[in-house]
Write a protein that binds this ligand. Structure first.
Ligand code: DC
Length: 218
């Protein structure tokens, strides 16, 4: 089992950017667990599963579903879905389906196995609390609602997705509310996590803060 640096936080807090930079700097593997929940949402939507459907229907889809990841890309039954998972529809459905125990259980071993043979930077909502409760390092990254909405807005714009600032804010806040208030593995800061508020910091400043933390507390 390798070393694990786990980073949790709400959407738009900067987890992905920072986790990728850290993995590169330290020579660790990298896993974006949100991408796995997004790939699952695609699998379920393609089989016309609705969030209110029962677990049997979901299980039948899972019996024929293989999720894989490699080099920052995510695969659904061998198909590269790395781009497809980044739509506003999948923003919504990944959050809705991720509240279900059967979905979370399906992805648990996959996430844990990612650290079997190498050191890992992993990011998501419950990587510090449920997936790797004994991670060597835990970080909780957050930012103000306004700043996260602003970042989301520009992310969408960059991808050519037409969205207003208000819609971006709604997209983020609705999702966070659901992710933080669900019964199973809700988003929350582990008590021992290093807390970083990225609202008024540049990527470089957040990165430095976290590197300093990792180095001063080896
Ligand atoms: O990080 P993201 O925005 O790509 O994640 C998409 C959704 O997946 C998010 O709204 C909640 C869910 N998720 C989760 O429940 N647990 C994780 N560890 C990662 C993501």
């Amino acid at each position: 089992m390798g070393k694990v640096i786990a980073i949790d936080g709400p959407s738009g807090s900067g987890k992905t950017t920072i986790a990728k930079l850290l993995a590169k700097e330290l020579g660790f593997g990298y896993l974006d667990t949100g991408a796995l929940y997004r790939a699952i949402a695609i699998a379920l939507r393609e089989k016309k599963v609705a969030p209110e459907d029962n677990d049997d229907k979901i299980k039948r889809v899972f019996d024929n579903t293989v999720i894989g990841f490699n080099n920052g890309k995510v695969f659904l039954n061998g198909r590269d879905v790395s781009e497809e998972i980044r739509t506003t529809e999948i923003d919504h459905y990944s959050s809705v389906f991720s509240a279900k125990r059967i979905v979370r259980d399906f992805l648990l071993d996959l996430q844990r196995n990612a650290a079997l043979n190498n050191d890992l930077v992993i990011e998501g909502r419950d990587t510090t609390t449920v997936v790797f409760p004994h991670a060597q390092k835990k970080i909780f990254l957050y930012a103000s609602d306004e700043e996260r909405a602003r970042r989301r807005y520009f992310q969408f714009k960059e991808k050519g997705i037409d969205i207003t600032m208000d819609e971006a804010r709604k997209n983020i806040l609705e999702r966070d509310k659901r992710d933080a208030n669900r019964d199973i593995a809700p988003l929350k800061a582990a008590p021992e996590a290093f807390l970083v508020d990225s609202s008024n910091l540049s990527v470089e400043q957040v990165f430095k803060k976290i590197l300093d933390f990792l180095r001063t507390d080896p």
